[in-house]
Design a protein around this ligand. Structure first.
Ligand SMILES: CSCCC(=O)C(=O)COP(=O)(O)O
Ligand SMILES: [Mg+2]
Length: 233
């Protein structure tokens, strides 16, 4: 059972860490893909949506963009699970109706809520860092199948701070939170994310949940449940 010392902040990933990859891929992504064309056509002139469509043009280098071309690009990104920031923002807007209308609740593994509550009661600060937009993260934890977990978190980071495989993102997060990197424990299912975090000096732990891609060679602690993680002074 891995022990981590002098941790003041737990920074957690979502998909493959607190929650199953299948919920995201089999429920959320199809929901967004089905509704995205009509959503974009209806809301394209609204400033937040317009800003995201301009970001799509930049990121995909679309020279003469049309709504059809932008929609095709977004659907292509969903199909290939590209963590493009404008797609993630638009998905958040679309998922909101699904959560609020009761179409689904976000999956959270059984060990997650009790452990997060215990860590918070111990005085730890809890943050999320996910490729999902901050809005999508907040909806995810507010409408989870373990109840409203949103009040547990002090804050949220998405890819507007930088990509999850870049060491500079973890430096930015550490400085924004205001604790030194070695006092942050980052939990994720992705080797490259953990390596980037460790390069910055964070403590890291790999989650091996059912359905996650196996990680063969990583020099890091690995657990299959938050219950296996011990934090000591
Ligand atoms: C929290 S929104 C749904 C998840 C999502 O869109 C995503 O890309 C998750 O990526 P993660 O960084 O949490 O593995
Ligand atoms: Mg993940």
């Amino acid at each position: 059972m891995p022990e981590f010392h002098n941790v003041r902040v737990v920074l957690t990933d979502i998909e493959g860490t607190t929650s199953s990859i299948s919920f995201v891929h089999d429920v959320l992504f199809p929901y967004a893909a089905e509704r995205l064309p009509a959503y974009i056509r209806k809301h394209a002139s609204e400033p937040e949506v317009q800003a995201q469509l301009e970001a799509v043009n930049r990121e995909a280098k679309l020279d003469n963009p049309t709504l059809d071309r932008q929609i095709d690009q977004l659907l292509e990104w969903i199909k290939h699970d590209v963590k493009a920031t404008p797609l993630k923002a638009l998905q958040g807007y679309i998922w909101e109706a699904g959560y609020r209308g009761g179409d689904y609740q976000a999956h959270v593994y059984d060990d997650v809520a009790p452990k997060l509550q215990a860590w918070k009661a111990q005085g730890l600060k809890l943050y999320v860092y996910s490729s999902g937009s901050v809005l999508a993260q907040k909806l995810f934890f507010e409408f989870s199948d373990a109840g409203n977990l949103l009040p547990l978190f002090e804050g949220h980071f998405d890819t507007t701070v930088g990509g999850k495989r870049e060491a500079s993102s973890y430096r930015a997060i550490s400085s924004e939170i205001g604790v030194s990197p070695d006092q942050i424990l980052f939990l994720s299912d992705v080797k490259e994310e953990l390596e980037a975090a460790r390069e910055t000096g964070l403590q890291v732990c790999l989650l091996e949940r059912p359905g996650n891609a196996p990680v063969a060679d990583i020099d890091a602690e690995r657990v299959s449940s938050f219950d296996e993680i011990t934090l000591t002074k």
